[in-house]
Design a binder for this molecule. Structure first.
Ligand code: 0RA
Length: 647
């Protein structure tokens, strides 16, 4: 790394200018190793470009300098982000002879976020800078409104300036702000079409986390999604209400507090619902911390302490009663904890776990005080929370008994596998695959079609229990669920230990019809709710049996879906042979099944991914909960967007 400018200038007049931007280096490394900067060059990396630009605008909002952000997906494949922030500095840095705009867009880390005076706090995770977006775009146009003037600069082919920063006219009356439009480079990314659903989810999250900030979204592409505008005056309180709206809140009130101190800020909103799942969502400087961390630990500890104290002083727990456990108190709780701090330390596998210990004590201390106050002021809610926790603790004990009963059935090592499982020979989980096959009829062919060394088959009969509507103790009495837990071999619920998983590919093999998708959804719900790390590790897949077959010469050819059939026809306009529609797994013989769905060299698998923990939870509740009308609306709205990735 060549440090061009190590000096951190002090801003004496309180104004931020190009001098205050510390510069590190040019953009070549980004194009050489894009993964280092944006994680990957798949869809998730592509969307990273959008987050990067929007993050900068959100940073302006956090600094109190921006009230509105407009995100537009352009008809020609570009993406435009416009804000009414202070505008990237346009003056020239004397040492470098470059304008602030040029520094921000052509130098790595050339933002004002690195020790400069521009920001009190900033994300820092996606904070690689807009220059990274420039490096990975075939074209980028930046426009800045500042000091009554509109400035413009354009770049091409990975950040090469096309001309200088120019004044192109006056800025519309009194406007300040930045507009960045970029067209991702198709030679870098596997795919360059943004997904409106993915962008919308993230924008909504930003709007929830920045109360009062308006974020408008437009999709100008052909067949694009309808325009959406997000703005939540209630911030994270609205977030919690929104998350609980799909699941019967236990009461109307939302507990909320905000505490700002010298070295950090904590904001907590929480509410309970009638369900059994715990939804605890942490954010640090606006970034989702899906792996948890010190802020989450602080809240959990305080909550357990406060609710137990409250239950004792109110006589809801008697002297002889044991304390309520944290997990009992958090059953059906939905909470958002958003902290802001200097120098956030992001740890863990995906750098999504907050490590700063100072924030643990700040969250714990403030929650102890504020939640106790809230309970004092809310006697009927307080009582409902304690009653719910008491019920949860009874159910937990019943589940423990049920689990122990299941364990007793499996006396010796190895002998514990369910009778229906046809296991593979390998004991190396990295090589092992488990196919969960719908119906006994397809089980037979699947067993013949598999590679017995690495592929195991578990037939599941009929509909498994809908776990969205049941507590763990009831689930554990279900035979299909018992077989699943035993085969995967890593426990269930809180005890689930992903390091013990026996197969690193757990593949759901179900038909493409309505029954098949129902079973797939039930299984995915079960994995999401009771074996979440299995999904987070990327171990869950859906097999895709093809929908069509046709004959080319003497060879039979299978086509995944209608789109694949259309592509095939486009490539071979002279193809005359008929297409037969494959009805389902049960109608394929074992050779067909192997050639289309099971043999690794030819099959297509969809890897199941969680894009946004909070919103995946919401989708799951809507899809599997009791509200039929809501489910219908969700399916209608999202039918074309599948939250899966091709592998
Ligand atoms: C550096 C310094 C300042 C603002 C920005 C960068 C900035 C960057 C982007 C990117 C998109 N929108 C943006 N808005 C602002 C501080 C400028 C000042 O204090 O006047």
């Amino acid at each position: 790394m060549t440090k061009v400018d190590e000096e951190q200038s002090t801003v004496l007049d309180g104004h931020y200018s190009a001098r205050d931007m510390s510069v590190l280096e040019g953009l070549e490394p980004v194009r050489m190793r894009p993964g280092m900067y944006i994680g990957s060059t798949s869809l998730s990396g592509l969307h990273h470009l959008v987050w990067e630009v929007v993050d900068n605008s959100v940073d302006e909002a956090m600094a109190g300098a921006c009230t509105q952000i407009d995100v537009t997906l352009l008809a020609d494949g570009g993406c435009r982000v416009v804000d009414d922030g202070r505008g990237i500095p346009t003056d020239v840095n004397p040492e470098l002879g470059l304008s602030g705009v040029e520094i921000a867009l052509t130098k790595l880390h050339g933002g004002g976020k690195f020790g400069g005076a521009g920001y009190k706090v900033s994300g820092g995770l996606h904070g690689v800078g807009v220059s990274v977006v420039n490096a990975l775009s075939r074209r980028l146009v930046v426009e800045v409104d500042r000091d009554g003037l509109r400035y413009r600069m354009e770049f091409a082919d990975g950040g090469n300036p096309v001309g200088k920063l120019e004044v192109v006219g006056p800025s519309p009356s009194g406007r300040r702000g930045t507009s960045v439009t970029f067209w991702p480079d198709a030679s870098i990314f596997e795919e360059v079409a943004f997904r409106s659903q993915t962008v919308l989810e993230r924008l909504q999250m930003y709007a929830f986390l920045n109360a009062g900030l308006r974020i408008n979204f437009q999709d100008e592409r052909e067949g694009g999604a309808a325009p959406v505008s997000y703005c939540y005056e209630g911030g994270i309180v609205d977030f919690v209400k929104h998350l609980n709206a799909t699941k019967d809140p236990l009461f109307k009130k939302v507990a909320y507090f905000k505490v700002a101190e010298e070295d950090g800020e904590v904001e907590v909103a929480l509410q309970w619902n009638m369900g059994y799942n715990e939804g605890l969502y942490g954010f640090a400087n606006g970034i989702s911390t899906v792996e948890g961390g010190t802020h989450i630990e602080g809240l959990k500890k305080a909550l357990t302490n406060v609710v137990n104290k409250y239950a004792r002083t109110r006589g809801l727990l008697k002297e002889k009663d044991d304390n309520l456990l944290g997990e009992d108190i958090r059953e059906g709780m939905c909470a958002v904890v958003a902290v802001k701090l200097k120098d956030p330390q992001f740890e863990g596998q995906t750098k999504a776990k907050l490590g700063n210990t100072s924030i643990r004590s700040l969250v714990e201390r403030s929650s102890n005080e504020k939640l106790a106050e809230w309970l004092e002021e809310s006697p009927s809610e307080g009582r409902a929370v304690v009653m719910k926790a008491v019920q949860a603790s009874r159910a937990r004990m019943a589940a423990r008994d049920a689990r122990e009963a299941t364990r007793r059935k499996s006396p010796l090592e190895g002998a514990g596998m369910p009778g229906k499982l046809t296991d593979c020979r390998t004991r190396d989980p990295r090589a092992a695959e488990l196919f969960i096959v719908e119906g006994d009829s397809a089980g037979g062919p699947a067993i013949r079609a598999r590679n017995p060394e690495t592929q195991a088959i578990l037939p599941i009969r009929g509909k498994i229990l809908n776990v969205e509507r049941a507590r763990l103790d009831k689930m554990l009495k279900n035979n299909e669920i018992q077989a699943l837990i035993a085969a995967i071999g890593a426990g269930v619920g809180d005890e689930f230990d992903v390091s013990k998983v026996r197969y690193h590919k757990v593949i759901i093999l179900a038909d493409a019809d309505v029954d098949g998708s129902h079973i797939r959804t039930l299984l995915l719900t079960f994995f999401f709710r009771q074996m979440k790390p299995l999904v987070e590790e990327g171990y869950v897949y859906c097999a895709q049996p093809p929908l069509f077959s046709t004959v080319v010469g003497k060879e039979k050819l299978y086509l995944k879906d209608e789109a694949a059939r259309q592509r095939f026809l486009a490539e071979r306009p002279n193809h005359k042979a008929e297409f037969s529609r494959l009805k389902g797994l049960g109608e394929m013989d074992w050779e067909e099944l192997r050639e289309t769905t099971i043999e690794p060299s030819v099959r297509t698998l969809l890897q199941v991914e969680i894009e946004q923990a909070a919103l995946a939870d919401e989708a799951c509740s809507i899809l599997m909960g009791d509200d039929v009308e809501q489910r219908k609306q969700f399916i209608v709205a999202n039918a074309t967007e599948v939250r899966f990735l091709d592998v």
